[in-house]
Ligand binder design. Structure first.
Ligand code: ACM
Length: 556
């Protein structure tokens, strides 16, 4: 079944592309029932993952063995390698050996080993008789370009049940992505249990109906929509991620994007301007005028929320776990302009205007988090008004915010909407399901460059990495999320991990060639990706309008 040529070819289809591959030779190593696994201290997470995931897929027991077993798998830490770097050797004398610069490096090496075993290694149970699985003799040397290789998942606009989030973590691990930015709250839903404020989920976690398509669409889905993660669900998600060397960064979006919280606790809104008792969880899309009131009540309420968030997302769970995202984007100032209470606050604090009031609000939580040993990260709007030195910025309105942040000495995650918002359509024409935003094809994403040329080398060191953002207004279930993510997330993963040349020299044809093998892996994983020839009939959404229809600049 598995010819030597097939096995050797797998070494040329790795994705994301590794730094260097030596070999493969046509000879190889066979894994079977007798293959043992030896794990040095510090590599236990990969040992567990190999048995649970690869062992289940291929029907291999991977029994504990001796460190010098000639045909076993061996996991070792090697401090001569850098952070997250690994070296994988498959030889006749030494079996398969993964050396990692740290435990994460060993884990990424195991992801490469899985790809070398072919698509069956991506299933959950064996599909073939005769448990012999060939590996080519070779050496892979590899290390990531960026430490932050992120995916934002918006579970507020459409809730993704816990199992779906765990599956996303598995998909991220398979692509060597390591930060899940979980957008937990928005106008359309509050998705995290907060014990001291139970109405946030009792009231805020569901809406009675939902706009179908772009907000300009006349259609409604009249079914109630909702859901939330219990605190134990989130502990499980964080622990599952940490086993895979992935950080979960929680986002509680303030002071805008807060109508679900205000619907639950009307005193959080600008009660001298609107009757906030009449608000419900928002059922449509866009930028919402109902923002938090800049009062002591609001500050104390959200300090309580963040106290529980800090417990659920401990700082030592994974590499970037000190970060807490506070949103800070798209906060219209109309209510603050009209509110006597907000104006009195501006006067009391001696602030120039409503923008300065937002800065004051963000800086409050910046200091509050810093005092607890944590780091604030927010959307690039938070730069307006100055930040504490440890705060970081997610640059979404193009590169400009990220450039300004890096020049001011702040760390940056580059996620410009023009390039890596995966809710945006991936082809022109009418066939894409609920097409919104820019047309951003697989090749466009492959050619995305996270570090703008405007930065000096010193400033560029502040670019922690990059992130693809999946906003779910028009993605009501897992299949829709899969479709928008894949195959583009595979291209994004290569941009984030691999040391690619500048965009014009990037070899997209070679990426496409490797994608042929990768589609087989995605099939085995059960990913409902967009096929290269366009959506399958059941992936289309005829009659549900997106916007714009003619490829003009988007108006989300
Ligand atoms: C955003 O897309 N409003 C961060």
């Amino acid at each position: 079944m598995q010819s030597e040529t097939d096995i050797a070819q797998r070494a040329t289809s790795l994705l994301p592309a590794p730094r260097a591959v030596e070999g493969p030779t046509r000879r190889g190593l066979e894994l079977d029932d007798s293959t043992t696994l030896w794990a040095a201290p510090g590599t236990e997470s990969t040992e567990r993952w190999l048995r649970a995931t690869l062992g289940a897929a291929l029907g291999l027991p991977l029994r504990p063995g001796a460190p010098d077993a000639p045909d076993g798998i061996r996991l070792v830490l090697d401090q001569t390698l850098g952070a997250e770097a690994y070296r994988l050797d498959v030889t006749a004398e030494g079996g398969a050996q993964i050396r990692g610069g740290d435990p994460a490096g060993v884990f990424w090496g195991a992801q490469t080993l899985r790809q070398l075993l072919g698509p069956d290694a991506f299933r959950r149970a064996p599909v073939r008789h005769g448990n012999r699985h060939g590996l080519p003799h070779l050496r892979v040397e590899d290390a990531p370009r960026f430490p932050w290789r992120g995916l934002l998942l918006d579970v507020a606009r459409h809730f993704m049940p816990k199992d779906g989030v765990l599956r996303q973590l598995d998909l991220m691990a398979a692509h060597k992505l390591n930060v899940l930015h979980l957008h937990l709250t928005d106008d359309q839903g509050w998705r995290v249990e907060i014990r001291r404020h139970p109405r946030l989920t009792e009231v805020g976690s569901w809406r009675s109906r939902t706009k179908l398509g772009h907000r300009a669409s006349p259609l409604w889905d009249e079914r109630p929509h909702g859901g939330f993660y219990t605190q134990d669900d989130l502990r499980e998600i964080v622990a599952y991620a940490a086993e895979r060397h992935i950080t979960v960064v929680p986002e509680i979006d303030v002071p805008g994007h807060s109508q679900a919280a205000i619907a639950a606790y009307p005193e959080l809104g600008n009660t001298d301007v609107v009757d906030t008792t009449a608000l419900s969880v928002w059922d449509t899309w866009g930028v919402n005028p109902n923002v938090l009131a800049p009062t002591d009540t609001t500050l104390r309420f959200f300090e309580g929320v963040f106290e529980e968030i800090l417990e659920l997302f401990p700082a030592d769970a994974a590499r970037f776990s000190a970060f807490v995202h506070i949103g800070g984007d798209e906060c219209p100032k109309d209510q603050w302009r009209a509110s006597p209470a907000a104006q009195a606050r501006i006067a009391d604090l001696g602030l120039a205007d409503e923008d300065a009031l937002q800065s004051w609000f963000v800086r409050h939580f910046d200091s509050w988090l810093a005092a607890r040993g944590r780091r604030l990260i927010g959307w690039d709007e938070i730069l307006e008004g100055g930040l504490a030195p440890g705060a970081a910025v997610s640059s979404w309105r193009g590169y400009a915010g990220g450039i300004a942040a890096a020049r001011a000495g702040h760390d940056v995650v580059m996620c410009p909407e023009q390039q890596v918002y995966l809710d945006h359509r991936q082809a022109p024409g009418e066939d894409e399901p609920v097409p919104i935003g820019y047309v951003r094809t697989l090749e466009d994403v492959y050619r995305f460059e996270p570090v703008p040329p405007d930065l000096t080398a010193d400033q560029a060191r502040h670019v922690l990495g990059t992130q693809a953002n999946v906003w779910t207004e028009v993605m009501e279930d897992q299949g829709r999320v899969d479709y928008q993510e894949f195959p583009r997330l595979a291209a994004f993963a290569e941009v984030a991990w691999s040391d690619l040349p500048a965009s014009p020299e990037r070899d997209f044809a070679d990426f496409e060639r490797r994608m042929t093998a990768h589609y087989a892996r995605l099939d085995a994983l059960g990913v409902a990706y967009r096929p290269p020839a366009g959506p399958l009939p059941w992936q289309r959404r005829p009659g549900i309008s997106g916007r714009p229809v003619d490829g003009q600049p988007p108006n989300r």
